[in-house]
Write a protein that binds this ligand. Structure first.
Ligand SMILES: CC(C)(COP(=O)(O)OP(=O)(O)OC[C@H]1O[C@@H](n2cnc3c(N)ncnc32)[C@H](O)[C@@H]1OP(=O)(O)O)[C@@H](O)C(=O)NCCC(=O)NCCS
Length: 303
């Protein structure tokens, strides 16, 4: 049977989400990690739908006999290329489908100005790590998802490093402010990411101030998750993080972060609140980038 590779269509999205959930739970179970019990269903406000609307050239499907076998999504911001998703349904794995999808999204519609490529994958998945190494991306940073109890954060006195903060509305001015911090922290602006994150109803973005200047930004979500959070200096990072912990703790019973492994400031604050490490990931890229002392991630697909 011939395998077809084609751009994704809006009608594919429910099946794409089901394949991602299946492939992800299979690999987690195989390596003994916890699988989310809540079933993941397609929602029209999801990043998949946003991508098909705004960057369809980066979203590809592999299909055989009218059945979707796997999918890949990449985004490009300035000269930085990033693989958000690469998932092949377990029954179709090890048939070169993942490798072919990766080749397609590496090249199709990718501007010649791209000079760095990155991806985040499970730190225990030999197949994906090997595939990305063969694609010229190498391990640069360990990442850990950590969670802690809000009650413990709230029971402590207000930390001395807290910063004043201001809730930001959507719009071009906000996006410019956030993009200028990303350009310093990550090395590239991410206007489209912020357009997506700011229109979501389940969280808020804050500017954290040192004097009158915005020194950091951070998103706090209604499920207690913090991130992305980016800062112009380590002192601003610490202040923004402490303040974001307090904000997140009022929203939900549990607070969660995705922390770069080399970020000792974030690790110390989180462990001070008795956070636990849940799952290790690895950030791979063709060249080093990012000031990981000043950044907390949103998620593997969005960085
Ligand atoms: C990772 C994944 C997408 C790979 O897709 P796939 O279709 O099974 O993989 P392919 O058959 O195309 O790729 C095989 C290639 O992977 C690499 N590979 C696989 N196992 C490897 C290992 N143990 N060491 C080194 N490289 C390995 C090789 O480059 C191999 O190519 P080769 O056999 O020609 O040398 C798929 O296994 C998957 O969906 N896994 C679960 C979800 C996941 O981890 N996704 C990545 C999240 S970012």
């Amino acid at each position: 049977m011939t395998i077809t590779y084609r751009p994704a269509k809006p009608d594919d999205l429910p099946e794409v989400v089901a394949i991602r959930a299946l492939a992800s739970s299979e690999v987690k179970t195989r390596y003994g990690f916890e699988v989310q019990k809540k079933q993941e269903n397609f929602s029209p406000g999801s990043f998949y739908a946003f991508t098909i609307d705004k960057e369809p050239e980066g979203f590809w499907i592999a299909e055989e006999n009218n059945k979707i076998m796997g999918m890949a999504i990449r985004w490009v911001r300035d000269s930085f290329w990033f693989l958000s998703y690469l998932f092949v349904a377990p029954r179709y794995q090890e048939r070169n489908v993942g490798r072919r999808l990766l080749e397609i999204v590496l090249h199709e519609g990718t501007p010649p100005s791209v000079d760095n490529r990155g991806v985040i994958t499970y730190a225990y998945n030999a197949a994906s790590i090997g595939l990305y190494m063969a694609g010229g991306m190498y391990a640069r940073e360990s990442l850990y998802r950590m969670t802690g109890q809000s009650a413990l954060i709230e029971s402590r006195p207000r930390p001395e490093h807290s910063l004043d903060c201001e809730k930001l509305g959507p719009g071009p001015e906000t996006i410019d402010r956030l993009a200028s911090i990303d350009a310093r922290t990550l090395g590239f602006p991410r206007r489209l990411h912020h357009e997506y994150l700011l229109q979501r109803q389940d969280g808020a973005c804050y500017a954290f101030k040192e004097g009158r200047d915005t020194a950091a930004y951070g998103y706090v979500w209604s499920n207690g998750q913090i991130g992305p959070l980016g800062a112009l200096s380590t002192s601003a990072f610490l202040g923004a993080l402490q303040t974001a912990f307090s904000l997140a703790a009022t929203n939900a019973e549990e607070v969660s972060i995705m922390v770069p492994g080399s970020n000792d400031l974030a690790a110390r604050v989180a462990l001070g609140y008795r956070f636990r490490v849940h799952e290790p990931y690895v950030l791979m890229s063709s060249k080093p980038f990012g000031d990981w002392q000043c950044y907390l991630l949103h998620s593997p697909p969005l960085l």
